[in-house]
Design a protein around this ligand. Structure first.
Ligand code: NAP
Length: 247
């Protein structure tokens, strides 16, 4: 199995893309830490699904925008499993508004949840990975971070920031056998996109050459590959998973 016996922490895996990554990683043989913030029941369902399939999983509540909570979460993982082999920085939120109407709280919430969280979690696990001279870090960015989007300056900045962070940390950690990559999903059907209006969805769909929205599993497949030994010569990259979505 691709991830046999590896310990993987997936932030924000109670729902959506993180949930799909957690379940697919478990079926690839990994022991999965299911991090969540407020969806306790949903996180419990992900853990139950994995265990029902014969896999190993454990739920962990922590606000990944808070460095102290992340440190406590990683200490708990080390007590239970000894290390973290694979980190998937997936947790994210949107607070959309045109810049003229964007509140400082909307900026801080999005940058804290989407970008500072990546710093917090990477910092908390990288020493463990450096010590064992093996690790995989996969960051969930977005096509919005590559191309921008009116009404999402906070989100685009956080997702572009993830790409710069990925490229820099890939260079820092490569000598220790750790790869760091990002994926940039386009329009994926989750709770995050379910709130968008039908006109917005139709506009996106008309610009997707493959003619359909993405599924969480479309992203999970690529994340599991990047976490596997087959991807050991790939680092510092951003892989778009967007059906060919035009900018
Ligand atoms: P989603 O369905 O809204 O799920 C978001 C997840 O993040 C939930 O599990 C949520 O946990 C968790 N989360 C949010 N803030 C958190 C925090 N501070 N600490 C811990 N967990 C937190 O979103 P999604 O569509 O799956 O998106 C997942 C990632 O993919 C995000 O980074 C998003 O920006 C990115 N992305 C999504 C799309 C898309 O089209 N859907 C496209 C490109 C990129 P709780 O429910 O427990 O609060």
């Amino acid at each position: 199995m691709l991830l046999d016996g590896k310990v993987i922490l997936v932030t924000g895996s109670s729902r959506g893309i993180g949930r799909a990554v957690a379940i697919r990683a478990a079926s690839a043989g990994a022991k999965v830490l299911v991090n969540y913030l407020s969806s306790e029941d949903a996180a419990g369902e992900v853990v139950a699904t994995i265990r029902a399939g014969g896999g190993e999983a454990f739920p962990l509540r922590a606000d990944v925008s808070d460095a102290g909570q992340v440190e406590s979460m990683v200490e708990e993982i080390v007590r239970r499993y000894g290390t973290v082999d694979i980190l998937v920085n997936n947790a994210g939120v949107t607070r959309d508004a045109l810049l003229v109407r964007m509140k400082e709280a909307d900026w801080d919430k999005v940058v804290g949840s989407n970008l500072k969280s990546v710093y917090n979690c990477t910092k908390a696990v990288c020493r463990l990975m450096m010590k064992q001279r093996w690790g995989r870090i996969i960051n969930i960015s977005s096509t919005v971070g590559l191309h921008g989007n009116a009404g999402q300056a906070n989100y685009a900045a956080s997702k572009a920031g993830i790409i710069g962070f990925t490229k820099s940390i890939a260079k820092e950690l490569a000598p220790r056998g750790i790869t760091v990559n990002a994926v940039a999903p386009g329009f994926i059907e989750t709770d995050m996109t379910a709130v968008l209006g039908e006109d917005v969805k139709a506009s996106y769909l008309s610009r997707i050459p493959l003619g359909r929205f993405g599924t969480p599993d479309d992203v999970a497949h690529v994340v599991v590959f990047l976490a596997s030994d087959g991807a050991s010569y790939i680092t510092g990259q951003t892989v778009a998973i967007d059906g060919g979505l035009a900018s």
